[in-house]
Ligand binder design. Structure first.
Ligand code: ADP
Ligand code: ASP
Ligand code: MG
Length: 814
């Protein structure tokens, strides 16, 4: 014999009920089956709502009743029973009773726990009748038995305790003589010894099935629900969660106690001692393997079996110097809570005994505060302890696993993973059995916490990165395209799941917490919401995704001004914008500090030499103990392009225009030609070498004409290039006469830096620098004579985008 239990969704529509019937039909071919059913999905909540409305004199209770009525009649109609069936008359009669009960509650505006139990019982009484009647009508050997006649409890309404000696006898007696091969039982409902209607607690149909399974010592208990088993974590919150094939009773119990709703916690108890396995199956996908809960030993790759969470938690803190070393405080505290029937979910006490922290249901918080403050009235008046502190909007997350106790470092990993994602832990508890490590965190962080912990313990091979890109001009567009093209490769080869979760230009912005679909990102962006820098930050922050990275692909000062805000939220920053790193030293230092403090990477490789690995190499030299003595470099791709193409057959104006058109210059070419851009770059290299320096400290010898230097606008500036052609030709002629090439050179020497246009002789490594190439020569203690040289394309949208991409991947590989 087998006991099968079908949950609310499984019996939530005529179609699903037909599924249930065909599952039962198959089983009944081999053996007799007992089928426990829940109320139609959502009905228990609706009954409670109608009751609450009636109690509060809200006439909407009749509307709620009508919804309940319609749901049941729709199902009955769609089941297409023949006219001889008494189903309509039965359902009608029960609904009339229900309506009278609600009217009664409305009249006396009172809803006691006892009445509430009577009220919610209608859900299971109706569903079990409808299913049994349908099966009979279709010719099955089926019958319904009201569990209220079998399961006998005390009078603890809404969560009654079972009297097993009477209950077991009732069940045995009934099934000893039952003739039908399929018995349908309503779950959840029971009666007290005194004959009052009681229930077994929300989710209690699972428990009904376990009680029956144990009383008859059946071979297996099956819980049929709307998911394919007990998952590694809540599948509604973590997409990557997957069903656990096998799990021990203890682990299943811990997971359900800590919020895995798929199994009502007391369910395990009756079957545990008899070793009856529980099989969790999916009614909507019967062929899926599901989860087996049993005592069998099994191996698993991870010591953590699952992660669960309980929402709506309040944390109570009792503290005060008067508590230290004085026995009896905890006893009085727990007695008070127990008198008020308040369930304590989590307890922590610091070894100093100075404070004790309790996690309880948020709905009990007010009651708990009043009661505890009353208990400790005297001590509070004498300032020995503080009035109890209540914090709300919290949640408990718990790692569960039988073999966690044999593995070191799991809690460390758990807390560092949460810490890295800026999730603040309010309290921690670890059961002495070490089957469970739980932490109290803010409700708003739950989804992020579960996802990041799941990634850490169950998908250790993949890391999800969520990037938020601002600026989709030349470089930004290339970056999005490169990401689009490489996503699959990164996932398969580097185990990085890279998603663009936000995108913005100066006009519009779009977001998607599951990652934007990049196939038509331009169209999506064009019809996005109005962009603002603060708005982009707020949305990025409130999405609260793990491993979030803000990517600045602008040259905008205001965008650079927001990095500190991002870093403070533990959102990494990747920038090709040089403004922040070349701003005043205090700000540069602050950003570095914030990056360390909030564990948020701040990378800006593309600030110097576009995609060339210059800053990274410099960082590696310093980190390995080397010291930079001097840097000689050609760092402007645009100026190199200009001076490589400018000669006595071309016009300076034309060459600069072409450099702009190719995307080598900054949007404002004066920033390149005045030397400011190169000055910023050598400043950044100097700072990264460990030197405290500001932009004003860099000696800048300009080569532009006076008019060019003083021009007010980009257009004026271009005009001066035409007017002052002779000036630029004379620079060229002077170099040519000496057999030299013009190169714009940055130097850092003995703590001093300079930028200037120089005539480079033919035996110098800079002489043959082509096109838009950059070159950097690092002279260090380890490279005193022959410098370390990095050379290659130092400008252009494609290489800059790939430099940004490399920074993002660097974070992914961390
Ligand atoms: P039923 O009505 O069948 O009893 P429940 O709604 O009580 O179904 O329980 C199933 C639901 O439990 C799933 O739909 C899922 O949202 C939730 N759930 C929470 N944690 C887990 C978990 N670890 N594994 C599976 N389901 C979970
Ligand atoms: N119908 C009850 C509830 O929703 C019992 C159950 O479904 O298990 O809590
Ligand atoms: Mg359930």
């Amino acid at each position: 014999m087998k006991v099968l239990k079908f949950g609310g969704t499984s019996v939530g529509s005529a179609k699903n009920i037909n599924n249930v019937i065909s599952i039962l039909e198959n089983y009944a071919k081999k053996d007799s089956v007992i089928c426990v059913v829940s109320a139609v999905g959502g009905i228990t909540d609706k009954l409670l709502l109608a009751g609450k409305q009636a109690q509060l004199k809200d006439t909407n209770y009749t509307e709620s009743f009508n919804i309940i009525k319609d749901i049941h009649f729709n199902i009955v109609n769609e089941l297409n029973l023949d006219k001889s069936s008494p189903i309509i008359a039965f359902v009608d009669a029960r609904l009339n009773e229900l309506k009278s009960l609600l009217d009664g509650i409305y009249l006396i505006n009172e809803l006691s726990p006892k009445t509430s139990d009577k009220l919610v019982s209608y859900g299971e009484l109706l569903s079990s009748y409808i299913i049994a009647e349908t099966m009979k009508n279709r010719g099955f050997s089926a019958d319904r038995k009201n569990s209220q006649e079998l399961i006998i409890t005390n009078s603890n309404f809404t969560k009654a305790e079972v009297n097993y000696s009477i209950t077991n006898k009732n069940i045995e007696t009934y099934f000893n003589t039952a003739k039908q091969s399929i018995t349908i039982l309503p779950g959840f409902v029971s009666k007290s010894v005194a004959g009052e209607e009681t229930t077994l607690g929300r989710g209690g149909s699972d428990f009904t099935a376990a009680i029956v399974a144990a009383a008859l010592n059946v071979e297996q208990l099956e819980i049929w629900t709307d998911v394919s088993g007990m998952f590694t974590t809540n599948p509604k919150l973590v997409k990557q969660a997957y069903p656990i094939e096998k799990i021990s009773y203890q682990e299943a119990m811990e997971l359900s106690h800590f919020g895995a709703k798929v199994l009502y916690p007391p369910t395990v108890q009756p079957v545990l001692n008899l070793n009856i396995p529980i099989h969790i199956k999916n009614t909507l996908e019967p062929e899926a393997v599901g989860t087996i809960i049993s005592n069998d030993a099994f191996v698993s790759s991870s010591p953590v079996r699952g992660i669960s969470n309980i929402s709506n938690i309040a944390l109570l803190t009792l503290q005060g110097s008067g508590m230290v070393g004085i026995p009896g405080f905890s006893k009085r505290l727990f007695e008070t809570l127990s008198q008020e029937k308040i369930n304590v979910i989590l307890i922590t006490q610091a070894s100093s005994e100075h404070s004790i922290c309790l996690g309880i249901n948020e709905t009990d918080a007010e009651l708990a505060k009043t009661a505890i403050d009353a208990t400790f009235e005297n001590e509070i008046a004498l300032n020995k302890i503080d009035p109890i502190i209540v914090e709300k909007d919290l949640s408990i997350i718990a790692l569960v696993g039988d073999s966690m106790k044999n593995h070191q470092g799991i809690s460390g990993k758990m807390f560092s993973t949460l810490g890295k994602n800026n999730i603040n832990i309010r309290a921690i508890a670890q059961g002495a059995s070490e089957k469970n490590i739980s932490a109290v965190i803010a409700e708003k962080d739950v989804k992020k916490a579960l996802n990041t912990l799941h990634e850490q313990f169950f998908e250790s091979k993949t890391k999800q990165l969520n990037v938020f890109i601002t600026g989709v001009g030349n470089v930004g567009e290339k970056l999005v395209e490169q990401i689009k093209q490489q996503r699959k490769y990164l996932k398969e080869n580097l185990k990085i799941n890279l998603r663009i979760a936000g995108l913005s230009n100066s006009r519009k912005m779009i977001f998607n917490e599951d990652g934007l679909d990049l196939s038509d990102w331009k169209d999506q962006l064009a019809s996005g919401e109005t962009a603002s820098l603060e708005g982009f930050f707020e949305r990025t922050k409130s999405l609260n995704l793990r491993n979030s990275i803000f990517v600045d692909v602008t040259a905008n000062k205001d965008v650079a001004g927001l990095y500190a805000q991002y870093l403070r939220e533990s959102i990494g920053v990747v920038a090709c914008n040089k403004i922040a790193c070349s701003s005043d030293f205090e700000n540069y230092k602050l950003l570095k500090r914030l990056s360390l403090k909030y564990n948020a990477p701040f990378l800006f490789e593309t600030n110097v030499g576009a995609g060339l690995p210059i800053i990274d190499t410099l960082g590696n030299l310093i980190a390995s103990g080397d010291k930079i003595t001097s840097i000689h470099a050609v760092l402007s791709g645009s100026l190199n392009f200009v001076f490589n193409n400018f000669d006595d057959t071309t016009k300076f104006y034309d060459v600069v225009k072409q450099a702009a058109a190719e995307g080598y210059t900054e949007p404002d070419p004066r920033i390149d030609l005045s030397g400011v851009d190169v000055a910023r770059k050598i400043l950044i290299l100097a700072r990264e070498s460990g030197v405290e320096m500001n932009l004003e400290d860099i000696e800048n010898t300009p080569f532009l004409s006076d008019a060019g230097l003083k021009s007010d606008s980009v257009a004026d500036f271009y005009d001066t290039l035409i007017a002052d052609e002779a000036h630029y030709q004379s620079l060229y002629a002077s170099a040519k006469a000496k057999g030299c090439q013009l190169k714009y050179v940055a130097q850092f020497n003995n703590g001093k830096a300079s930028v200037s246009l120089q005539e480079i002789p033919s035996d110098h490594p800079f002489f043959n620098l082509k096109g838009k190439d950059n070159i950097v020569m690092f002279y260090t203690q380890r490279y005193p004579e022959q410098p370390m040289i990095i050379k290659g394309a130092g400008a252009g949208a494609e290489v800059t985008a790939s430099g940004l991409f490399a920074d993002i991947i660097r974070i992914g590989n961390d």
